[in-house]
Design a protein around this ligand. Sequence first.
Ligand SMILES: CC(C)(COP(=O)(O)OP(=O)(O)OC[C@H]1O[C@@H](n2cnc3c(N)ncnc32)[C@H](O)[C@@H]1OP(=O)(O)O)[C@@H](O)C(=O)NCCC(=O)NCCS
Length: 208
Amino acid sequence: MTSVAAPLLASRPSEFRLRDGTRVLVRPIRAEDRDRLQVGLHQLSAASRYQRFHAAVSELSPQQLRELSEIDHVNHLAWIALDPTLPEQPAVGVARCIRLPQEPRTAEVAVTVLDAYQGRGLGTLLLGLLSQTAAAQDIRTFRAYVLEDNEAMLRIFRDLGAHVGRLDVGEYQLDIPVPEDPGRLPDTPTGRVFKAVAARARREAAGV
Ligand SMILES: CC(C)(COP(=O)(O)OP(=O)(O)OC[C@H]1O[C@@H](n2cnc3c(N)ncnc32)[C@H](O)[C@@H]1OP(=O)(O)O)[C@@H](O)C(=O)NCCC(=O)NCCS
């Protein structure tokens, strides 16, 4: 792992402010987040659940919850955002990627943000954090399956230079380069968030 990504993986959560000033705590996901994932799924609108799973998922089994929260952060990486203003600090967003065994430098990626928190830059922030730790694990490409009407997700991935292929009716397969040096990303909204995340990681690595 590179020295830049290591502090981001530290157990202490980092606080970020979203575009509208909303505070969130972000950290790599842990086993204790199992219940947060189920509660979060229940709070997600049916439309968002469909965009995420491409199916009408309304409940995760105990085994699925374990698989999504007890992860190695090498082949399966995930970041969770919590709302620090509420007593239980519920999950408000997750970005995860899982390495493909047959293409070990590629990982399937998915991002989910609760409807009430969408459109404030949280999805971009979580993906920026995930990119840093994925790059440190030698993951070079994110692969995503995105429904064609998912403007927000397509916007973020296109900003990152995604190669977009039509997979099936209504669905795209995207291959997104994981930025090795976010500083060289173009000056888009996504590029700016990724640069800010990288700058924060550098500051924390330097102990500033
Ligand atoms: C897709 C998703 C993760 C994006 O998260 P988010 O926090 O809302 O995204 P951001 O606020 O970072 O916005 C990303 C960009 O999309 C744009 N955007 C947001 N909602 C949009 C919409 N409905 N239509 C068009 N563009 C939209 C934003 O304006 C932003 O661009 P900008 O930075 O230039 O303004 C979130 O909407 C979500 O969880 N959707 C349901 C699950 C899902 O679709 N997951 C993807 C599976 S791969």
